[in-house]
Design a protein around this ligand. Structure first.
Ligand code: SF4
Ligand code: SF4
Length: 97
């Protein structure tokens, strides 16, 4: 039996990149990471990853250095808000002046 699935739960969804469609063409702000401030990059080990935890689109990859799939990032800025090291800055996309 697959122990990762609860048979008592009939409607179970799993996160998949891009289920809501690509967002990269309408995003007005984009997150820019300063890896010089980012804790995992600084420490050289898995740590923090709050941006990965809080991103509602699941597009932050918890790796070193962290990366963001800009095809699907909607530019909400939650990652920047939650980052304790202020390593993420939201900048305006070109064409959204
Ligand atoms: S801006 Fe929003 S969607 Fe994009 S990586 Fe940050 S939290 Fe995720
Ligand atoms: S929340 Fe900030 S410090 Fe933590 S992994 Fe993300 S970018 Fe790096």
């Amino acid at each position: 039996m697959d122990k990762t699935k609860d048979p008592n739960i009939s409607a179970m969804c799993t996160l998949a990149v891009g289920e809501a469609g690509r967002t990269g063409d309408w995003r007005s702000f984009r997150p820019v990471i300063d890896h010089g401030k980012c804790i995992p990059s600084q420490k050289g080990r898995s740590a923090c990853f709050l941006c990965w935890l809080y991103c509602p689109e699941g597009v932050v990859r918890a790796e070193i250095p962290i990366t963001i799939d800009m095809e699907y990032c909607k530019g909400c800025g939650i990652c920047a808000e939650e980052c304790p090291a202020k390593a993420i800055t939201m900048v305006k996309e070109e064409g959204h002046e």
